[in-house]
Design a protein around this ligand. Structure first.
Ligand code: DGL
Length: 264
């Protein structure tokens, strides 16, 4: 048994996992990237539900996690209610765009949401906006190209290459007059500091990391004590090309993870 399993389509959820360990280094965690189904953001709702139910079932059977953190906005906005219904004995924590946080920092009342196609098209955002940012203009941008760059190249790319990759999104939101920009796809958090650097002071970058980790740890604290496996978190994937293995070696050493290999 482990305390937490983190699930994303690839490397997006890793910054959430490392932040949780910063807050509680005793938590035992595994990380799963469902790379066989990457990118989730280009799938239909039905496809997303099918893939997430299948990988969640495998995760529960393999690791018996007390809590699963769906560290992926696309999976969360499409499947959280179904997951809770199908797996009632597992606790789920979702990741949704930090619209409330963006509204709290925006002076111009114009906020940008950068996410996958499946997330920006999901009505859940409209609910969040109406609830927490009713007086704000919400500007949407899906960016499959940047997500793919982050997943497949960013960890071994130069800083110049990373800057070039994030510039179109930053310029887009600046041109639209936004002063807050939500990282509504977890992949972007891998380049969070760089995106903020490129955006400068007039465009504040916000994400959901703080809220998600706080929620995950408060659920853990509410559960009775249990014996769990200890040690460095292992990173598993469901598909891997030869080229990507060297990318994962960099990721594991950067984030202090152990390579778990392919999930059986
Ligand atoms: N990291 C995922 C998210 O937060 C999406 C990446 C993908 O398209 O698979 O939405």
């Amino acid at each position: 048994m482990v305390d937490f399993a983190f699930l994303d389509s690839g490397t997006g959820g890793i910054p959430y996992l490392t932040y949780l360990l910063e807050k509680n280094s005793d938590a035992s965690c595994v990380y799963i990237g469902d790379t066989a189904n990457f990118p989730y953001g280009e799938k239909t709702h039905e496809e997303i539900v099918k893939c997430v139910l299948s990988i969640t079932d495998r995760i529960i059977k393999s690791f018996n996690p007390r809590i699963i953190v769906i560290a992926c906005n696309t999976m969360s906005v499409n499947t959280l209610d179904v997951l809770r219904e199908v797996f009632p004995d597992t606790q789920f924590v979702g990741t949704v765009p930090a619209i409330k946080l963006a509204a709290s920092v925006s002076k111009k009342r114009r906020i940008g949401l950068m996410a996958t196609k499946a997330t920006v098209e999901n009505p859940y955002n409209i609910d969040l906006k109406n609830h927490f940012a009713a007086d704000c203009e919400l500007i949407l941008r899906s960016d499959a190209e940047l997500i793919s760059f982050i997943e497949r190249e960013s960890f071994t790319a130069t800083k110049e290459e990373c800057v070039k990759a994030v510039l179109p999104a930053v310029n887009f939101f600046k041109e639209k007059g936004c002063d807050a920009m939500i990282l509504g796809c977890t992949h972007f958090l891998n380049l969070r500091d760089l995106i903020q650097e490129v955006a400068g002071d007039e465009l504040k970058v916000v994400d959901s990391k703080e809220g998600v980790v706080k929620r995950a740890l408060s659920i853990l604290n509410s559960l009775p004590d249990h014996k769990v496996e200890k040690g460095k978190p292992k990173l598993f994937v469901t598909w891997l090309s030869e080229k990507e293995k060297s990318e994962y070696d960099v990721i594991c050493s950067r984030y202090n993870l152990e390579w778990g290999g392919m999930l059986n």
